[in-house]
Design a binder for this molecule. Sequence first.
Ligand SMILES: [Zn+2]
Length: 277
Amino acid sequence: MFILPAKSWQCIWATTKMRPYVANLNVFHQDIPKLPMGRYAHIIVLRETNSFALFQTDGELNICRVSLGRKEQAPVTRIVLFKRKQSTPERLTGRELLRRYGMVDNCEYNSEKFCKRCPDCIYYGFAIGDKGSERSKVLVDSAFSITGYDMSHQQFTFNAPFENGTMSEAGKMKTALGEQDYVLPQVYFPSMVTIKDPTEAEFVYVLNNILRTRRYGAQNTRTGTVENLITGIVFSDGEIFSNLELTQAVYDSLPQEQRLKTPLQRAAVLEGADTAP
Ligand SMILES: [Zn+2]
């Protein structure tokens, strides 16, 4: 197992210096094996909100009560970014590119018409009722904010003014539409995308999807811009740590005076993500 710091990884891969190095390590399969062969590639991502995001179900932000750190055991409520809310936008990014370059034509996402042949179907899997399914080779789990819910969200009240731009017309007042909690900008969600028994093409496809996807959360809104920072890539013969362990380890690594601040300093979080595991 070895870990590469993110910045160098992206550059080195691009300049192809890394490719022969990785090839020598025998971490990729030539073809996708029929049975699990115990090769894993873990892409470690720090997901940073760049605007007001909605990671929610039924109108409420998803939250969960867990320990602050691995060492610091006091409880805290954290915002949760569910696994499907990470993998779905990344899949859609890849599918958009496949269509853009004419590499897929008749494949409909989440329908009876999954084609079973394109990179998206083969790598990320599909299920077509009783007509067949393919397990995903790309594994994603729910991610937890480093900072607590209290300091990572803000509530907004929404009004729907009349066309004249005010809240009253002909003596009638409009009432506010409601309230909505948003995740603040610069909240960090450490997360890991694991590829089981990857080929090089599969690895590059999945990495590219992560690097290009910028919008997560509620689909019917323009908010939710997220920047994905790759902080490490691990090739191993099994599973490593969980997303929750990673969040807690990064929390433990933050200097005491940093822990109570929103936003956290990106440099401190990146350093934590580099050293914590
Ligand atoms: Zn397909």
